[in-house]
Design a protein around this ligand. Structure first.
Ligand SMILES: C[S@@+](CC[C@H](N)C(=O)[O-])C[C@H]1O[C@@H](n2cnc3c(N)ncnc32)[C@H](O)[C@@H]1O
Length: 267
């Protein structure tokens, strides 16, 4: 068990922030994911996932659902969970527009109360873990709802190279990362709105070792780990030279592939 995070916000308040920005999130990711996902992390995610056809898959923290729709189009049987009613409403609307049969649940990843034990072959949680107050609870819930030997693919912001207000891009394109407090402190971060967003982004910094410990404690083995970056066959997809340079030189995220090796029940 790692130390508690220093935070002055409740899960209900975090939910309200996500709820209020659901429409803007839909603009951000659209049908295909945003630039970072397309250039960097989605290719790793799909290579870790392999052929998903016929698998029972949970998209945990689905947002407006671009990934759930892609999983469905690839032949998976998809359940998608988010705690924000607005996110789920948009995701449901977009799935129905595309005639896709996705089982949506309004639920918190930290317990996944609406889902039974041992239901899924695969869980994908795409840029969600750094937003959770209770990381350990969520990883235990992922273990519970996975079948024995099931796989979890977890994409989240790189804890060592924070984005948002901790990053300054210089005129020559080089980047400075600044730490307001110790890297080892588990702290709430409040980033100013970026791009078209109008509300601040609250997230929780934890050292990368906390994630590793949470995975092991919940009964997972770590099978693969990657720090996504652009590969040459995707260079042409970068919107401009700055974005290409960023994707070649800056890690935005990490991707873990875990396997359920133990069943650990809450006492
Ligand atoms: C950064 S967005 C990512 C959304 C989506 N996975 C994507 O890649 O577009 C984080 C999402 O996690 C959801 N979320 C945050 N905390 C959650 C929790 N405790 N339980 C369920 N969903 C949560 C938010 O509502 C939001 O939709």
């Amino acid at each position: 068990m790692t130390e508690e995070i220093m935070a002055n916000i409740s899960e209900k308040e975090i939910l309200e922030l996500w709820d209020n920005r659901a429409r803007d999130w839909d603009i951000q990711v659209g049908e295909d994911g945003d630039g970072n996902r397309i250039l960097n992390s989605d290719p790793v995610l799909w290579s870790f996932a392999g052929n998903v056809a016929g698998l029972s898959v949970l998209d945990a923290g689905c947002g407006t659902g671009y990934l759930a729709r892609q999983l469905c189009l690839k032949g998976a049987s998809v359940t998608a969970v988010d705690f924000s009613p607005q996110m789920i409403e948009i995701a449901q609307f977009r799935a129905s527009q595309n005639n896709l049969d996705i089982d949506f649940h309004l639920d918190s990843c930290t317990e996944l109360k609406s889902l039974p034990d041992e239901q899924f072959d695969l869980i994908i949680s795409n840029y969600v873990l750094m937003d959770l107050l209770d990381l350990e609870g969520a990883i235990r819930a992922f273990n519970r709802v996975l079948k024995p030997s099931g796989i979890a693919i977890l994409v989240f912001l790189h804890p060592c190279f924070p984005q948002g207000d901790s990053t300054t891009v210089n005129e020559d394109g080089t980047v400075c990362y600044s730490w307001a407090s110790s890297y080892f402190e588990r702290t709430q971060r409040n980033d100013q709105p970026w791009n078209h967003f109008t509300t601040p982004f609250i997230w929780f910094h934890r050292p990368i070792s906390d994630y590793w410990k949470a995975f092991k404690a919940a009964g997972f083995s770590v099978d693969e780990f990657e720090e996504p970056r652009i590969t040459p066959e995707r260079y042409h997809l970068a919107e401009n030279d700055q974005k290409l340079f960023n994707s070649k030189t800056r890690p935005y995220s990490v991707v873990f592939k875990l396997q359920k090796v133990k069943i650990i029940r809450n006492s």
